[in-house]
Design a protein around this ligand. Structure first.
Ligand code: BGC
Length: 348
């Protein structure tokens, strides 16, 4: 069967193999036929040789951690043939650490977790894959066009879950949320903020293309100026750019008792001047919290499936700016300036 692979650590090693072996039954009892795989910055980093790890004993890694497929067979009866399904990205570490021991693998403490298409587990960019029932998330059949957004949605569901938990340290009635960065993670974070009834603001550099209207369709206010000219202090900031200046500015601009969730991964290597004392003073005297958030556990994936089912499917569909047939796979990994989410289409 066909599979998109790379050799981790080797830039330019992206390939479409025709003779990749069928998934081994040890991978799980649920056999799935791939429909689509979403592409994100992590895939690009892996292709550039900067990230990623092959499964033990082999040199290549099948890409793809944002999955959507259709169940072919499930002898356990958890799902039915024809059901839409997505695979949970992260598997717990083998020890396991205290968090993985209670299935909170998104909070793994020893770094020995594995991730489909990223770290030591083959990804979903292959025509067929297998899942164990505990890592298989069923989706509403109406989500066939947009269910591939489940993985990035699970990531922002986890971010909001932790914002809520942190908020409960005291009386907490947030009214305003700012999302920085109107890429797929940012827009999905804004969708969840609007589903919570918050007054939502989205900030991004671009003034053209689909982003301002997509934010507007959520009822959010779109800003393209600098963060220090926002004109108000948000109760919550979900930072999705990873841009060092925006990250720092978010910490200064959040309202007293506010929460800043860092959900964007910076590339690193750039330094900027910072008055660490002043930042410390702001955070301490205002009881602010800044925290990082990555990945998601089963609870978040199930809640993400519900959030997608509740959302406007036409709005979700317009986040997918390009669907690239598998045969043209390399084009899918070169996002254009107007792209939000690019998807590899296994049905074309
Ligand atoms: C994925 C996460 C993963 C992270 C780190 C992100 O692109 O969405 O599931 O944990 O990369 O590998």
């Amino acid at each position: 069967m066909r599979a998109v692979t790379v050799i981790p650590g080797v830039a330019g090693s992206l390939r479409l193999l025709d003779d990749y072996p069928e998934p081994a039954t040890e991978e799980g009892s649920i056999l799935v036929e791939a429909l689509a795989v979403g592409i994100c910055g992590t895939d690009i980093e892996i292709i550039e040789g900067l990230y990623g790890e092959a499964p033990p004993g082999i040199d290549h890694l099948v890409l793809g951690h944002e999955s959507l497929g259709r169940v072919v067979e499930d002898p356990t009866g958890t799902l039915q043939p024809g059901d839409l399904v997505a695979g949970i990205v992260r598997h717990p570490d083998p020890l396991p650490c205290p968090n993985c021991a209670v299935d909170e693998w998104d909070m793994c403490r020893n770094g020995m977790f594995t991730e489909h298409g990223i770290k030591a587990l083959p990804g979903f960019a292959r025509q067929r894959w297998r899942l164990q029932p505990r890592f298989a998330v069923g989706l509403d059949p109406e989500l066939v066009e947009v269910g591939v957004l489940l993985e990035p949605t699970s990531v922002v569901v986890k971010a909001w879950d932790h914002i809520d938990r942190i908020g409960r340290r005291a009386e907490w009635q947030p009214r305003t949320a700012l999302v920085t960065g109107a890429g797929p993670i940012g827009l999905l974070a804004a969708l969840l903020a609007s589903q919570r009834g918050l007054s939502v603001h989205v900030l991004d550099l671009v003034t053209e293309g689909p982003k301002p209207a997509l934010a507007g369709a959520l009822g959010a206010t779109y800003h393209s100026g600098p963060l220090d000219q926002l004109g108000f202090e948000p109760d919550v900031i979900v930072e999705c750019t990873g841009a060092p200046r925006v990250v720092l500015e978010s910490m200064y601009r959040v309202a007293p008792t506010g929460i800043v969730c860092l959900a964007g991964v910076s590339s690193g290597g750039r330094t900027i001047d910072l008055d660490a004392g002043e930042l410390n003073r702001t955070l301490v005297l205002e009881n602010n919290v800044v925290f990082g958030s990555v990945n998601a556990n089963r609870r978040h994936w199930d809640a993400a499936a519900e959030a997608l089912a509740r959302a406007d499917h036409a709005w979700l569909s317009s986040l997918i700016t390009r669907r690239v047939p598998l045969s043209d796979y390399a084009a899918a990994y070169s996002p254009g300036p107007q792209d939000i989410k690019v998807v590899l289409d296994f049905t074309a």
